[in-house]
Design a protein around this ligand. Structure first.
Ligand code: AMO
Length: 434
């Protein structure tokens, strides 16, 4: 008999069906026993009245994988309005070992380190699984939004010869006797590919040897990247990024409704037009509001990001705010300066509920500008950039792009304080397993 999922049961009332999943919970009452079965689609209540089946169930701990054949019976108090009666149980493997926490409780009662240590089983908790369903839907929305704007998906190397974001937090490795690095970002490759497809995007892991232990940094995270050619300036990048955020939120709503409900998520407010504020104006506003002169700051500190996040919500009803014009000296070498404001650039960040979610902007596109900038920044040997500089040599149009950190997006969306709570198998200073 073909297996059906819990979500399909109500269409089979009165029929004999075959289901399979994990024993989520057993409730062994005096006169009757209940087996709550969990599958990918949800929970099914199975009523065990027969003595021999009950004895069998008593020997099968929670989390054992099991198949059940029985009759679908209408039961308004059961999940989905139906239950399975007169079941025949067929364990699909050995009885599960005792689980370190009760997965059937509405919330996992365990500390974050314990949850992470036991991630292979903790992730089965419906609320933890829901986080990653939302993540999958967000990535689906990211892809759909960019495909609709004619971006082409690419897959670039993760073992690379040059650091792209900064030399400090790059993982070095031995590559057949030569030094190499784990990619910090697909930055250089996505720019090169603008010369091929005009518009490209990538979803993939990137690596940062973050030396400090913070609630918002991982040593490996999922970067959602896009890059586009023939732009006027960074405002075109902002428009594409804003449309992509809208696509991600729409993707989540379309594909992850039950997960949003389970986690009681308040969907963020996204205004029709992006809210954009200049870096210098952010510091001016903060100085005015707090009485502390921060106008000479070279970057936004986390407290400044929180401030501007609150401002955007208060003044514009938006959970998102783009900051443009970061000082050129504090951004990566590929950053395009703002010709109208010396010292400032066409770099952007998108702040989501007070946390930097996206970086991006317009890039340099002239070969000579790259040679000059890299040299000014102390690069003595440009041979490591040869392929990249070639792309600039052969007619690269004005271009720009952006990158989201998926885990940061989920952390703010779900309002959790630590990024590790929304990361499948976090990698950080202290954690390499599981
Ligand atoms: P940046 O280094 O700012 O820019 O990274 C882009 C976004 O990635 C996320 N992020 C992180 N998430 C978790 N752990 C980390 N250690 C971490 N570091 C960054 C943030 C951040 O906004 N090449 C540029 C992007 C571009 O210009 O297109 C870049 O990588 O959400």
């Amino acid at each position: 008999m073909q297996r059906i999922l819990s979500s399909q049961l109500s269409a089979h009332a009165g029929e004999t069906v075959h289901v399979a999943g994990w024993i989520h919970r057993r409730r062994l009452l005096k006169s009757v026993a209940f087996l709550i079965l969990r599958d990918a689609a949800g929970l099914t209540q199975i009523v065990v009245s027969e003595e021999s089946v009950r004895a069998q169930l008593e020997a099968l701990p929670e989390e054992t994988a099991i198949a059940v054949t029985g009759t679908v019976t209408v039961q308004p108090s059961a999940p989905g309005g139906v239950e399975i009666t007169a079941p025949v149980l067929e364990p699909l493997t050995d009885p599960a070992e005792p689980v370190p926490f009760d997965l059937y409780r509405p919330d996992l009662r365990a500390s974050l380190p314990t949850v992470l240590d036991h991630a292979p089983v903790a992730l089965r908790h419906p609320k933890l699984a829901a986080v990653h369903r939302i993540g999958a839907a967000a990535v689906g929305g990211f892809r759909a939004a960019l495909e609709a704007m004619s971006f082409v998906e690419i897959h670039t190397p993760k073992i690379v010869g040059t650091a792209t974001e900064s030399g400090a937090n790059v993982f070095k490795l031995d590559y057949f006797g030569r030094p190499a690095y784990l990619a910090q970002s697909p930055q250089l490759y996505k720019q090169i590919m603008v010369g091929v497809f005009e518009r490209v995007y990538e979803v993939g892991p990137v690596f940062r040897a973050e030396p400090s232990d913070t609630a918002r940094h991982l040593a490996s995270y999922t970067s959602l990247d896009a890059e586009m050619g023939f732009i006027e300036d960074h405002r075109d990048v902002i428009a594409a990024c804003h449309a992509t955020v809208a696509g991600m939120l729409a993707g989540i709503q379309a594909k992850a409704g039950p997960a949003l409900e389970l986690l009681d998520v308040t969907m963020p407010a996204l205004t029709e037009k992006p809210v954009v504020v200049h870096f210098a104006d952010v510091l001016e506003m903060i100085s005015k509001a707090t009485g502390e002169d921060v106008t000479a700051e070279p970057d936004l500190a986390p407290a400044h990001e929180r401030w501007i996040g609150e401002w955007a919500l208060r003044e514009h009803g938006s959970d998102f705010v783009f900051v443009e014009g970061y000082p050129t000296a504090h951004r990566a070498f590929y950053t395009h300066p703002d010709p109208a404001r010396p010292g400032y650039s066409r770099a952007i960040d998108l702040i989501f509920r007070g946390l930097e979610l996206v970086s991006g902007g317009q890039r340099l596109h002239r070969h000579a500008d790259y040679v000059r900038t890299l040299t000014e920044r102390g690069e003595t040997d440009l041979s490591a950039y040869a392929g990249y500089l070639d792309a600039m040599r052969y007619g690269m149009p004005p271009h720009g792009g952006f990158a989201f950190g998926l885990e940061r997006f989920l952390a703010r969306l779900l309002d959790v304080p630590n990024i590790r709570q929304v990361t499948l198998f976090p990698r950080d200073l202290h954690r390499l397993t599981p």
